[in-house]
Ligand binder design. Structure first.
Ligand code: F6P
Length: 344
């Protein structure tokens, strides 16, 4: 059997460990041959390929990024692109295509599965916003990086008696902010799922200043969060990516300026940006990614096409691809009281 693999959307620590697990188990257990498609859906669309075998992937367990490259190419924009992908898969004699991606990339895999192409999905995103799985690989790494960064910001904020606002990724799901805020002892955490009143935020910051107080404050802000006083979510500019998403970024600066204006407390902002997606995966993500890779091989062997590997209660199981992209998994209201207690 010949297996194609592609990685699409934003890169994510752990992608290489999934590919490694898949190729090692597929080649050793079942004698599968593998072909990598480069740069997301641009690969099968433009026939950009690279060979993949055990020798090539063997030591890639800890390497960040994706050895296949990635892009946000969206072939659903034009039916001719889907036809081209089908033709290139056939020309390369691909029996099964393993697609690693978030909701956009897996949405294309779902469509191809409906058209009869044997696709298998692996859930990837640092944002942890895919509904059909308990967690995606890369999320633990992103939270670890953000937590370490905020740990460091505590000492400089303390030394200068400042408020520091840290903006983290997550698009319209606040999981990275929630976990970082809790893990790194933030005084206030802003989520896209709950609008923040500027006065409530400023009171929380001011509560940290004064006699007997710590005299600095840390605020963690998810890039998709919004102050009730703002009309719209802050974006970098007017442009959108190929899947129609606005480019978020800048809310941290706006919040820092608002805090300083309202309270008179010197406030700085830090944008963590792509640092959260870079570098080596945590041990947790290496293990999870490897398990996903090994399980994808068993899905191929069992003919579980149109399905995605998912983590459910500690077990990796197969779920329908469409269920992964049905709805965005956002932070539920049950988390709000947790934050309220911690930041009171
Ligand atoms: O992949 C998801 C994500 O990491 C979001 O959290 C973020 O908004 C976006 O990617 C950034 O994408 P890009 O790499 O295109 O700037």
């Amino acid at each position: 059997m010949r297996i194609g693999i592609l990685t699409g959307g934003g890169d994510c620590p752990g992608l290489n460990a999934v590919i490694r697990g898949l190729v090692l188990s597929g080649e050793k257990k079942y004698g599968y041959e593998f072909l990598g498609f480069r740069d997301g859906w641009a690969g099968p669309l433009n026939n950009l390929t690279m060979p993949l075998d055990v020798d090539f992937v063997r030591d890639k367990y800890d390497e960040g990024g994706t050895m296949l490259g990635t892009s946000r190419t969206n072939p659903l924009k034009d039916p001719a692109m889907i036809d081209q992908i089908k033709a290139n898969l056939a020309a390369n004699k691909i029996d099964v295509l393993v697609v690693m991606g978030g909701d956009d990339t897996l949405g294309v895999a779902t469509r191809l599965a409906e058209l009869g192409i044997h696709t298998i999905g692996v859930p990837k995103t640092i944002d942890n916003d895919l509904s059909a799985t308990d967690t995606t690989f890369g999320f633990d790494t992103a939270v670890s990086i953000a937590t370490e960064a905020v740990d460091r910001l505590h000492t400089t904020a303390r030394s200068h008696h400042r408020a520091l606002v840290v903006e983290v990724m997550g698009r319209h799901a606040g999981w990275i902010a929630l976990h970082t805020g809790i893990a790194a002892g933030a005084d206030f955490t802003m989520l896209p799922e709950r609008e923040t009143d500027l006065k409530v935020l400023c009171t929380a910051v001011q509560n940290e200043f004064g006699d007997g107080r710590k005299n600095y404050a840390i605020v963690v802000v998810s890039e998709g969060a919004k102050l009730a006083q703002q009309e719209e979510t802050v974006t970098q500019d007017e442009s959108m990516d190929a899947f129609g998403h606005v480019k978020l970024g800048g809310i941290g600066k706006a919040v820092a300026q608002a805090i300083e204006k309202e309270t008179g407390i010197e406030t700085r902002d830090v944008l963590l940006g792509h640092i959260q997606r870079g570098g080596s995966p945590t041990a947790f993500d290496r293990v999870l990614s490897t398990r996903y890779g090994l399980f994808a091989t068993e899905m191929i062997h069992g003919g579980q096409f149109g399905q995605m590997a998912a983590l459910k209660g500690g077990q990796i199981v197969a779920v329908p691809l469409a269920s992964a992209t049905d709805e965005t998994k956002v932070v539920g209201e049950e988390w709000f009281p947790v934050l309220d207690i911690l930041q009171a």
